[in-house]
Design a protein around this ligand. Structure first.
Ligand SMILES: Nc1ncnc2c1ncn2[C@@H]1O[C@H](COP(=O)(O)OP(=O)(O)OP(=O)(O)O)[C@@H](O)[C@H]1O
Ligand SMILES: [Mg+2]
Length: 644
């Protein structure tokens, strides 16, 4: 049994359903230690045969047996393993990967081995020294001569210590001196007990081998032994092959990114714009909402809602405004409402102290929406007491604080039991002064006062106390959803009055602005994503050769896909980390400015926002890489390695 056997190999190409038979029944046996030259006219099928031997092509009739075992009987995985463990490829046009250094090119096949990093580097350096390139290891292929490039390719082919070296016109692109040197190296390789199969056009080159095979018209025309082959020394391979590890993939991706720095910086920049705007907008949203809440909490009690009835009338004494027990019970049943209080407001109230008179801007009964913190002097009103607004108090007395404890007369317009207008007059004690807001008295006091004047006090608003701030919005929505009955089915039954309503409108505007900003950020993100897809797609077309080489040295489709995905992952990660960093820097600057302007930090990028940005960026990059990486993995290594 020979080491390598070709059994009745037939291969045809089909063009428009017409069959072109390229190889017609080829049977050959090879052994270790042989240096076989294959000669033949151009288009005679030499490359086709080498592809079959090398496991790049499995679409043929007949069989290739290695140590008696068919190489194509296994799966595609098996063929990948065969290429990476048994075969070393050398091409006429070298096919080195231009963005990797000489040393890194030789390291590629080893990256699929289970050796440690230092062992791999040691082996690659040894091989390069063997082919006479010990001092060129850090150059890139573009900086080497043709002969030097081919030596790198030989070192790379030997890296995995394969048993078979396949060379397709290895000296085709070289001058005679370099040709001789390369052939000597190949001869040495065969003498070390490997099988070397080289295709050539030149009889002179063929003379170097131990055996010459002529292919004519797809058949073996002659098969001549020139000299004895080297001893068939069977030895165990020094290298165990696995597949590209995660780390190796990453290192290769890093190398590629470094070499094409300009383009990758561009992608990173594009993605950064998108991610930065998203993260920054989120931060701005947090900042503005925080600022607004803070400001509004200063203005009013955030958990208190003031509700009145929707009415076409603007006279608060009209019965349309009256809050009935039924209304109050409705409010009590709303989820998260802790307390419901009756309230009354009037618009015709005069205050009098001695000779001075003031018409109260606003007058209402004390309720939860008024903040006790706003009382600068004194306390909230108790029985027969009134709280004055600072501005009104000032007209009575310059040193308005001294009014606390003094008496003030109130004249309140009301209707008696017969609906006739009357004026209620009553002396109150000033219990405190409010910074702003409304003149207020205690509800119970007012009710008793009305009764004493033959009038009834019907509440014309209600104050709802909600158990916690986050629930306020839901309660407000619920109230706004109650509709009038009968003919006015679409009209809201209640209106929200006071600061609570203002908060609600403001929040709506803030949300609107926020969505607008989010939309802009989203669009820039989309543009970034499209950009990455385009660049990665171009990158695939540009790197077909590299992909072919990787496949030829045994990389699986999965490895190719992972390579592209690793690159995209890195791009996404780097972009987002930079964006987040940038957002934090800008946040510091913006907040510095806003602190002095409005006394608060207007941008608040939270850790959650930052993580969100990073995740979105990586996900976008990975999604963008999906199609290109699949395309790359699908490429046929034979097509990618043709010289054109
Ligand atoms: N993918 C393909 N599709 C169709 N025909 C093909 C394909 N690859 C090769 N051929 C045809 O098969 C024949 C043999 O091609 P091959 O490349 O093996 O020749 P060769 O002996 O290596 O030639 P050269 O010395 O010029 O490299 C040619 O006629 C070529 O046109
Ligand atoms: Mg060829």
């Amino acid at each position: 049994m020979s080491f390598l056997e070709l059994k009745n190999i037939k291969k045809s190409f089909f063009l428009n359903k017409k069959e072109f038979q390229v190889l017609k029944d080829i049977s050959l046996n090879f052994d270790r230690g042989e240096f076989v030259s294959i000669l033949g006219e151009s288009g005679g099928g030499k490359t086709t045969l080498l592809n079959i031997i090398g496991g790049l092509d499995s679409q043929y009739e007949g069989d290739v047996l290695l140590n008696g075992q068919s190489v194509k009987s296994g799966s595609e995985k098996g063929l990948d393993a065969y290429r990476s463990k048994t075969i070393g490829f050398i091409f006429q046009s070298f096919h080195l990967i231009s963005h990797l250094t000489v040393l890194q090119n030789v390291l590629i096949p080893l990256e699929m081995s289970s050796m440690s990093r230092s062992q791999r580097t040691k082996r690659a350096k040894e091989l390069l020294t063997q082919v006479g390139l010990g001092d060129q290891m850090d150059k890139h292929p573009g900086q080497l001569s043709g002969g030097q490039k081919q030596r790198v390719a030989i070192a790379r082919a030997l890296a995995n210590d394969p048993d078979i070296i396949i060379a397709d016109e290895p000296t085709g692109a070289l001058d005679s001196q370099n040709t001789n040197e390369i052939l000597e190296i190949l001869e040495k390789i065969s003498q070390q007990g490997k099988l070397v199969i080289a295709v050539t056009h030149s009889d002179q080159v063929a003379e170097y081998g131990t055996r010459v095979i002529h292919l004519v018209d797809g058949q073996v025309d002659s098969d001549k032994q020139l000299r004895d082959k080297a001893d068939d020394v069977k030895k165990d391979s020094k290298v165990t092959i696995n597949h590209l590890s995660f780390m190796d993939n990453f290192m290769m991706a890093m190398n590629h990114m470094r070499y094409y720095l300009g383009r990758n910086l561009l992608i990173i920049f594009g993605l950064m714009i998108g991610i930065f705007s998203v993260v920054f907008m989120l931060g701005l949203g947090n900042g503005v909402t925080g600022y607004m809440n803070h400001e509004m909490n200063k203005l009013a009690n955030p958990t208190a809602i003031q509700v009145s009835k929707n009415s076409t009338s603007n006279d608060p004494q009209m019965s349309e405004f009256t809050m009935k027990e039924k209304d109050l019970n409705t409010f009590k049943k709303i989820k998260n409402v802790k307390k419901v209080e009756k309230g009354y407001f009037a618009d015709t109230v005069k205050l009098s102290n001695g000779k001075k008179n003031v018409t109260a801007q606003l007058f209402q009964t004390w309720n939860e929406t008024i903040k006790e913190d706003d009382i600068t002097t004194g306390n909230k009103p108790g029985k027969d007491e009134v709280v004055l607004v600072k501005n009104d108090a000032k007209t009575f007395k310059k040193d308005y604080k001294k009014l606390v404890g003094k008496k003030i007369t109130l004249y309140i317009g009301a209707l008696d039991k017969n609906k006739r207008p009357i004026q209620i007059e009553k002396e109150f004690t000033v219990s405190g002064i409010l910074k702003g807001g409304t003149t207020s008295v205690d509800y119970q006091t007012l009710k008793t006062l009305y009764a004493a004047n033959n009038a009834t006090l019907d509440p014309n608003f209600a104050t709802l106390k909600v158990n916690s701030t986050p629930n306020v919005k839901a309660v407000q929505t619920k109230i706004k959803d109650f509709k009038m009955t009968k003919d006015k089915k679409k009209v809201a039954k209640y209106t929200l009055a006071g600061v609570g309503a203002l908060i609600d409108t403001l929040t709506t505007y803030i949300n609107l602005a926020f969505y607008l900003l989010a939309a802009i950020a989203g669009i820039s993100l989309l543009v970034s994503a499209i950009m990455i897809i385009v660049v990665l797609y171009i990158s695939v077309s540009e790197r077909t050769q590299e992909i072919g080489i990787l496949r030829a040295i045994g990389a699986r489709r999965k490895d190719i896909r992972n390579l592209f995905i690793s690159e995209a992952f890195l791009l996404g990660l780097i972009s987002s980390l930079l964006s987040v960093g940038f957002a934090y820097i800008l946040q510091a600057l913006a907040n510095n400015a806003s602190q002095s302007a409005i006394g608060t930090a207007i941008i608040q990028v939270s850790a959650g926002n930052a993580i969100f940005g990073i995740v979105v960026s990586v996900v976008i990059a990975l999604l963008a890489a999906l199609a290109p990486s699949r395309r790359a993995a699908k490429l046929d290594p034979r097509d990618t390695l043709t010289n054109e």
